[in-house]
Design a binder for this molecule. Sequence first.
Ligand code: KE4
Length: 424
Amino acid sequence: MNSRRLFARAQKSLVGGVNSPVRAFKAVGGTPVFVRSGSGPHFTSAEGRRYIDYCGSWGPLIFGHARREIAKAAADALRSGSTFGAATEREVQLAEELKAALPSLGLVRLTSSGTEAVMSALRVARAFTKRDLVIKFAGCYHGHTDSLLVAAGSGALTLGAPDSAGVPEAWAKTTITLPYNDLSAVDKAFRKYRGKIAAVIVEPFVGNMGVVLPHDGFLEGLRALTKRNKALLIFDEVITGFRLCYGGAQTILGVTPDLTTMGKIIGGGLPMGAYGGRKEIMSLVAPLGPVYQAGTLSGNPVAVAAGLETLRLLQKENPYSRLGQITDYLLRGLSEAAEDARARVQINSAGSMFTLFFGKGPICDLAAARKCDTKKYGRFFQRMLKQGVYFPPAQFEAAFVSFAHDKKDLDHTIRAARRALRGL
Ligand code: KE4
């Protein structure tokens, strides 16, 4: 059955025919591609078409699809049992690996998704500080936990308004949404809500408005302001964790958060999230303390095995410098193609994550990102799809190069972009 027929069938049983909204291609139009299998940098669609994949399942696949050693580790674990709902040695090993890579992690808790990690980190931050309010930044996404599905209230310093149906006003009002890279707005918020702000949560390198980078001093400034105001700094490293280096954005920046959330790569493509931080904070989490958080499949042995093997391969192969080189090669080719086509494209990147914005740079916050031509991005996406290249099906997302992409893939992508950008 091809994607079109599968999508028609899927909509009869799955909400919108998908299990996560962005997969429905609403942002780029057309019928979503149904995937049959993946291998390395490629996946094959239900109709047997092969694509070079730069979405990479939104970040987990730093080694591409079905990396042999990772698949074997998961399969071997599965043969010994899929889940026990009891402690296993492997979970301890993964927590030890995370702590070794990220010294800010005094204690860790594994979950089954990034959303769970974030909602739990917020809960323990509120318990530790005995405060309710949280600052987040417009354009940063931290999973679908209710209190973070908020839009900036009118006049950025006001408390949030729900950005999704079903989120009670009262919950949205616990969140202050500010412009990313705007330290003075954060300072003003701390002055206005003195003693009431529990934490600031931030994507240190943003993936979720498209890739947007912190201005020099922005994250250091957040660290200073949270310290001064006795609030906690939470780095949401669900995307950046082990994407940019064997560690996180915190490793590169030398900024130490109080709490870190992780996901994606640390599960090797299986359901995994984690949160952790200073011992005195994490010791509030049950069964040590009064903050309740739990999960049937938390620390799942199959997902943990895949995650451990991914981290082992990252240490053994240290792909980061090569990932940087092949990403630079790709982005140079794409920007030359854009120049030759006189297409107004701004490319933001950090390591092997990047975004082609169809608009004028610099793009350093959501207001600037929103000025981009999302319809043009949609046309670009569809033209690339026709040439066997799969970008993320939305302008405000990060694309990812994996360690499996080779020069042939990159050259095909650049040639396809040359054709796709002409007269876009
Ligand atoms: P999950 O619950 O989807 O595992 O993680 C939520 C999350 C938390 N923090 C950050 C920085 C994230 O990027 C995410 C999830 N990312 C999106 C893509 N931008 C997942 C894709 C989707 O929602 O289908």
